[in-house]
Every structure is written in structure tokens, then in C-alpha cells.
Design a protein. Sequence first.
Length: 296
Amino acid sequence: MSLVTLFIRGLGLSFRKRSLALRLWAVNVLFSLLVIAPLAIVIHGQPPRSLSAANTLARPDIHWLTDLSTQYMNTAPLLTGLLLAAVVLYLVLSVFLNGGVIGGLNRLEARTTLADFFHDCGLFFWRFFRLFLLSLPFYLLFVGVLHSLVAALLKYLTRRSATEWPVLVASNLRLLALVLLLGLVSMFFDYVKIGLATGGRRSVLKEAWRTLKFIARRFFRAWGLYLLAGLAFVALTLLYLEVIRIMPKNTPLWVLLVFLWQQLYILGRQMSKVLFFATELEFAKEIETRPALSDK
């Protein structure tokens, strides 16, 4: 089966299970409100209720921001800690939700209930959490070490450039290398998640080894399919930016329109996440009979 056919099948599966993206969007909005609301209350509670205060909030002045940060300097460590805690909690929440997405995609019925979704989230959470801990040193290796080597090589090659163009190209290549390295690691651990969820196995290390052999035999097909899903996300982002650019800014409803368009984009990003898993699941099913990543 061609990569385009697999991608279309994954796209169709994503739209059939579009309720998964809606649930991801709803959880992300709720989490954002819980994180942003306290900060918004602090900011809006500072200036007096006056026309001058409204102007200050609309166009924050550097002196006002300095006064505000000085006033809350004693609580800065607490706020920093709360921010880090929110980041960690969001990562854990993402691990939790991944189980519901993959489990929902793997269910034969066309629609999955909310109870089924959260059942799958809880069922696979511990396996996925151990996999998340295992993935951290690999992200550090690929992003921290390998990307640094690529950046150092590009810097060496452009050290004597007479114009700014080689430096500009090298900068874009560094960004591209970062995206590709992140994609490689992400793709590998996505297939490990699929194997853990569809194969019924609990050993993360064994499943990671099976996945490594699975991808090594079919790397270019797996990578090509992943890039196709990635191009869909890039197209979505470009569409979002273009609509924001041409959106009329002199209308009183501009803020509302931007907010609604941003929410549609966030929903599209969640749909893109489902699409990545759906295409990978279709590829695994096309290669192997269930369990999806079994070694035969």
C-alpha cells in the first residue's frame, strides 16, 4: 500500500473519530483557564477602575510593569514554582490523554463514549508514563547533543562567509535539523505507544526494542508517512497565519474574531495530533497482524 493511501486512510480514521480531537481541545481550554485565570486576576486587580487604568491595560507601560514586578518580587519564587508545576502537570496530562486517543482510534466502533475515552486514558497511563520517563534522555541526546553538533558544523562552515546569505541559510538549516530530530524521536516513541496499547504488553523496554526492529526494517516508509502528516500540520499553520494577516483590524469584533480563529486553530492542532497517531496505527496494521508491532 502506498504512503498516500495510508495517509488518506489515517485522515479518514481521524475524521471518523473526530470526537477525540474535540475532547483534547476541551481539556486544553480548561487547563489553560485554570492556569491563566489567577494571573489575569492579579493584573486586572492592580490599576484603579478608571479610563486611565483601561488604557494602561490596553497598552501596558514598562514603568507599570516594573512597579507590578517590584510589588510581587517576594512572591516571584512562588510564581516561578507554580509555573514549572503547571508545565510538569501539562506534560503528565498529555501522557494521560495519549492513552485515550490511541485507545479510541484502535476501537472498532465508529464512536467512542467519554467513559471509553477516560477508561483508555487510565488503562495505558502507567505504561505511557514510564515510556515518557524513558524518552527524556533520548530527547536530550537528539536535541541537546546532536543538534548542537549540527549547529557547530554549520557555524564552522559559515565562519568566513563574505555575505549574510550563508549565515541566514545556516540558521534555517539549524531550525530544520531541530524539527527533524524532534520528529525522529517523536515518531519512534509514538510507535512504542501504539505497540503498548494494541499489543497488550506491559514491558516498556521490550516494546521499545520491538519497535526499534520494526522501524529499522521500514524506516523510510515510516518516516515518509510521518512527514506527510507533518506537512498537513504545516499547511494548517500557514493557513492560520495567512488568515490572521488578512483579517480586518479596524472592526470592533476583531478581538472576538481572532479569539475564535485561534480556538479553531487549536482544535486543528489537536486534530493533527490525532492524525499522526491514526496514520501510524494504519501503517502498523498494514505491516503486521495484531498485536500491531509483534515480531515474527
